[in-house]
Write a protein that binds this ligand. Structure first.
Ligand code: 5GP
Ligand code: ZN
Length: 133
């Protein structure tokens, strides 16, 4: 079973932000910005180009819910929504997923915020602030 299927099945712990019948969302273990979240469909496929359109729609419904929520609780002003396909693009986990990378200040470098937000303690703190009860 792949690592994200194990996270969905709670065999591997994660900071779960949201879950419904079709999707699961959790904080990235190595965030590019505060609140960096991964949205994954529960139905396994290797990458977004192999996922069926209903699955992609479910993911985007979840992405919309989460970004709307982050607008309020994180006060983020923008988002990079990214899905890498194949190793040459940077894909390292072969279960379809969308990155939600919250952005705060125009032109803020992702690498500047990286150090600030990537410690386990900061991930935990962010989680307590933004999880959907
Ligand atoms: P990719 O590079 O495939 O687009 O993204 C995979 C993402 O999954 C990376 O950003 C990586 O930090 C994250 N990741 C890999 N393993 C784990 C894990 O066990 N838990 C969590 N929460 N994130 C993971
Ligand atoms: Zn999987």
């Amino acid at each position: 079973m792949c690592i994200f299927c194990k996270i969905i099945n709670q065999e591997i712990p994660s900071y779960k932000i949201y879950e419904d019948e079709y999707t699961y969302a959790f904080l990235d273990i190595s965030p590019l910005s505060q609140g960096h979240t991964l949205v994954v469909p529960k139905k396994h496929s290797e990458h977004v180009l192999e996922a069926d359109s209903a699955t992609i729609t479910h993911c985007f419904n979840t992405i919309k819910k989460i970004t709307h929520h982050y607008d309020n609780v994180l006060r983020s002003s923008g988002y990079n929504i990214i899905s890498n396909v194949h190793p040459s693009s940077g894909q390292t986990v072969f279960h379809t997923h969308f990155h939600i990378v919250p952005r705060f200040t125009k032109n803020e470098s992702l690498f500047d915020s990286l150090k600030e937000h990537s410690s386990e303690e900061n991930i935990k703190m962010t989680f307590e602030t933004i999880k959907i009860a």
